[in-house]
Design a protein around this ligand. Structure first.
Ligand code: SF4
Length: 696
């Protein structure tokens, strides 16, 4: 039976989930429901994944937050008015600040917030609250690759080329990226390429690969060093490119010389012949790409690991060559824009540094304040969560668009810290696990109910459009921030609540910054122009920059930097008490902490509960059985879930998805050791043990 025709008028917008930002057409209203179809948009070319097809169901979630909630003396959350909720929050913030100073109030943002929300949240924190304590969940996502990209190229844009360029690739190395589950429509751009997949698991992506390298979790940098070693020894370098376009090759190569194939095999478990085959595939003439994902980035040496793969790409002459490149496959819906507009602990809008006097002066000028009115850098995301309620730590936290009770590492500890707060305020559209802990819950709009912009993983700025009005009492986060700021004594015109007005201010604040949006307008986007930043505001309309680095890298001398890196192993190694490597990741049906996708019947039916994936031999040794209940324990805590046997797993490794709440939180066992340069926690490898749980 053919599908009924999709009615007109249709609204062009984008999927609410991942950073691929697939184009969609929406039709409908609140009474009859919203229907979705894929748009013919360059990244998804008429396809959506299961999450995209079912996204309208989140709009009608049975427990959609439709009115503010406040925790009463009996400890229960009950409905209240907006005025009462906001008055309560403002009054308690004022009291806490009077007693403990401005840094006693912290803000935690999200990589799914629109550009306008991320921008206004940073401004609100620094001006209305006067706090330095703001960071966001993107710190947990790609911060290490962003740091490595900034150091290597002078600027971090996840993909410095359009996704569609991948169609010309002959070889693509996917290091720690399971795109078949996280971004399925991306696969159509890779179907002509030979894939090399680096992943401890034989994922759906690895199944499609020409070559699957299956390292011990936490040894990816040793493997990257080994691949560079082979390129050097086998004479596969692009010497001319290295000489003309880079600095620092000699030291990077010197370190890689200590990682000969047999040594790499002994550390990573990847056979030397497979290492050599991978380098030969990558070094063939014609296009090759090196793409990293969370699997190699979410480590306490994540920046060095991403840099190790960038070194390999530079040695082969790929970035900015027009015939290949390096990119980070940013994950969250606005993971790219979310890190550019000032909700990071160390940044101002325009992807500017908070410690750069010129940047402070520029942004302060746009905001109408003195540079000294801007606080300095604050704590990174986990450090901030870890400090909540502690001596000299924040006593209040405002959360926008995040669910750290599920998504943060060492989740039991983070939950304790959240519980210790004197004031927890959560703005969300569903009662996430973090919202359920809050003193005040503020119901906000979601994707198809609001206007705004997002920036996709390829640096393209996209319009989000409303197709239905929000529930009567739900408000835009922008209005919530304005109304709170006014109650805290700020002038109302400093906090526009119209997204177009906020974007106009964002353009001015970003002017001249690394992520320059000043030439982008709603009018140009609405006219269908394809605009990738940087897009400066020039007299002749700037066409945007789909491809970066073709002539020069963004460092002052135009050259890229090799990084002098060395493998040092994960923060925690296996032992007799904890004999397995525990790793975590995503499944096709769910997104991030699952707060949205667990509320969609089709997605919940596809993967209704957490699971622990192990090799049958590992299960037998541990006394657990297929579909039996088991416990994974690390030195930090335990998660409980049913076992799935998978003979393709490494026998020394188990895997659990991190989308689930309660005792099934994989983050109960993950490690919070931080990468010293990016603040990325070591999510991807923990020492664990596996044991059966009696169901009697
Ligand atoms: Fe949405 Fe990402 Fe799926 Fe595309 S790949 S439909 S953006 S979740």
């Amino acid at each position: 039976m053919s599908e009924p025709p999709f009615p007109t008028p249709r609204t062009r917008t984008h999927c609410p989930y991942c950073a691929l930002q697939c184009g969609t057409l929406l039709h409908g209203d609140r009474e009859t429901g919203v229907r979705v179809r894929p748009a013919d948009f360059p990244v998804n070319r008429g396809k959506l994944c299961q999450k995209g097809w079912t996204a309208p169901d989140v709009l009608t979630a049975a427990d959609r937050l439709t009115r503010p909630l406040s925790r009463g003396p009996d400890g229960r959350l009950t409905g209240t008015s907006w005025d009462t909720a906001l008055d309560t929050v403002a009054e308690r913030i004022r009291a806490l600040r009077a007693r403990h100073g401005p840094d006693t109030v912290a803000v935690f943002g999200g990589g799914g917030l629109t550009n306008e929300k991320a921008y206004l949240l940073g401004k609100f924190a620094r001006l209305a609250l006067g706090t330095s304590q703001i960071d966001y969940n993107g710190r947990f996502c790609m911060s290490s690759a962003a740091t490595a990209g900034n150091e290597a190229f002078g600027v971090d844009r996840g993909l410095p080329f359009p996704v569609a360029d991948l169609r010309d690739a002959r070889t693509v190395l996917l290091a720690g990226a399971n795109v078949a589950e996280t971004m399925p429509p991306l696969l159509q751009h890779l179907d002509r390429a030979e894939l090399i997949v680096i992943d401890p698991r034989r994922t759906a992506t690895a199944h499609r690969a020409t070559l699957h390298l299956q390292p011990v979790p936490g040894t990816d940098l040793a493997l990257a060093l080994g691949l560079l070693h082979i390129a050097v020894v086998d004479g596969l370098l692009d010497q001319d490119y290295i000489r003309r376009r880079t600095h620092g090759f000699e030291e990077a190569a010197r370190r890689a010389m200590a990682w000969w194939p047999e040594r790499v095999e002994s550390v990573t478990g990847v056979p030397a012949r497979d290492q050599r085959a991978a380098v030969r595939l990558l070094a063939r003439p014609r296009n090759a790409y090196v793409l990293t994902g969370r699997g190699v980035e979410q480590h306490s040496q994540g920046t060095d690991t991403a840099a190790g793969f960038i070194n390999l790409a530079l040695a082969l002459g790929l970035p900015g060559s027009g015939r290949g490149g390096y990119g980070c496959l940013t994950g969250q819906g606005n993971g790219q824009g979310g890190r550019e507009h000032g909700q990071k602990a160390d940044q101002l809008p325009g992807y500017r540094s908070l410690t750069d006097p010129a940047a402070r002066a520029h942004v302060a000028g746009v905001w109408g304040v003195a540079p000294d009115d801007l606080p300095g850098p604050g704590r990174s995301a986990y450090e901030l969560l870890d400090a909540l309620g502690a001596d000299h730590g924040p006593r209040a936290l405002l959360v926008f668009g995040s669910n750290p009770a599920v998504s943060a590492p060492h989740a039991a500890h983070v939950t304790e810290r959240l519980a210790s707060l004197e004031l927890l305020v959560v703005a969300d559209f569903v009662p996430s696990e973090t919202a359920r802990m809050a003193d005040v819950v503020l119901p906000v709009t979601q994707w198809a109910e609001e206007e705004g912009t997002l920036t996709s993983l390829e640096g393209r700025v996209l319009r989000r459009r409303a197709v239905i009005p929000p529930p009567a009492q739900a408000r835009s986060d922008l209005r919530v921030l304005r109304d709170l700021a006014v109650r805290l004594g700020q002038p109302p015109d400093r906090y526009p609540s119209d997204p177009r007005e906020v974007f106009e201010e964002l353009r001015a604040a970003s002017r001249g910054g690394r992520a320059d949006y000043s030439g982008i307008t709603y009018e140009r986007l609405d006219a269908g122009e394809c605009l990738h930043w940087p897009c400066p505001d020039t007299e002749e309309r700037h066409p945007g920059t789909p491809r970066l680095f073709l002539d020069r890298f963004a460092h002052p001398d135009g050259k890229a930097r090799f990084a002098a890196v060395d493998h040092r192993g994960p923060a925690e190694d296996i032992s007799s008490a904890y004999p397995l490597h525990g790793t975590t990741g995503r499944v096709l049906a769910h997104y991030q902490s699952g707060a949205q996708t667990r509320r969609v019947a089709e997605l919940s039916a596809a993967v209704p509960e957490p699971f622990i994936e192990v090799h049958p031999d590992t299960a037998a040794r541990s006394g657990v059985v297929d579909r039996g209940l088991a416990r994974v324990t690390s030195p930090r805590g335990s998660m409980t879930a049913r076992v799935r046997l998978d003979p393709t797993m490494r026998p020394d490794t188990l895997f659990a998805p991190f989308h689930f709440p309660g005792d099934g939180r994989a983050n109960l066992f993950t490690h919070p050791a931080l990468d010293p340069r990016s603040g990325m926690p070591g999510f991807k490898v923990s020492a664990v043990r596996l044991e059966p749980v009696s169901e009697g």
